[in-house]
Design a binder for this molecule. Sequence first.
Ligand code: HEC
Length: 269
Amino acid sequence: MTEIPEHLLKRSRERKAAGGDASSSEVSASTPATTAAAPVAKVVAETPIKAAVSKPVPAYVKAAKTRGRIPSWAMATLALMPIFLFMYVRGLQPQKAEASGPIALGIENYGACASCHGADGAGGAGRVLKDGESLKTFPHIEDMLNWVYGGTEAYEAAGVASYGDPDREGGAHYPRSYNGSAMPAQGAMAGGALTEYEILGLICHIRYDISGADEAGEWAEEYEKWCSAESEIFLGLEDGSLTFDSPELGVGTAPRLGTTANAAIMTEG
Ligand code: HEC
């Protein structure tokens, strides 16, 4: 008989009490080694390993293993954070060139005209502006600027018979020929509330967005000169180095007859 050390017997009893692997524990505890050499060797060999495996993981190790680990999929997102931050800050800054271009300004101010001409230029108390109507009346943008600056009463007071193209398809437009009412003056010196560069912005918006002028085709030259974001005329009106009365512009603030599509605008300089 092999003597089984007391501490092993004790451990076996404990394990049995705890509901462990009862049969194998019993074998190691009570079966003589001569009759069951193999199982005993197996059990003895397994016992320390089993003990090591079932040994409870201390709470602080568990905590360290599970604490605040960043999952690998989130790392990719985190790595992009500086870029997102950069884009966000950039987005907060106003896009200068865009916001100060004539058409952007015109879109911003169009409410001053929409009450009479409609949000889409379909007309109402004021004439129709969309579907090329404004382009037919004013084949030259200079004549449209002059008309909007002064409005109906200035033309009447100056005794100018018609505004825009005198050969307009369907007949020239003359003051109060629409529904008898007047188009209010818009330019500051004529009693209106708009600056000259604001009037240019509105007229660019009406011609290119509402009336449908093609900035890349037939109207490309006018667009570049008057309505593009780089328009030197717009910038000059804005900084005061040019006015509608600057002779090289051919606009003028005094009411005058318009020009036909084929006629050249009179300019000096
Ligand atoms: C109170 C109403 C009213 C407001 C506001 C108004 N208009 Fe007019 N608009 C008219 C009337 C009425 C006519 C026709 C004038 C006439 O027959 O004498 C007209 C005519 C015009 C025409 C000529 C159209 C054509 O083909 O004959 C243009 C261009 C125009 N308006 C632009 C503008 C712009 C730009 C604004 C805003 C800055 C504006 N209007 C604000 C009432 C208005």
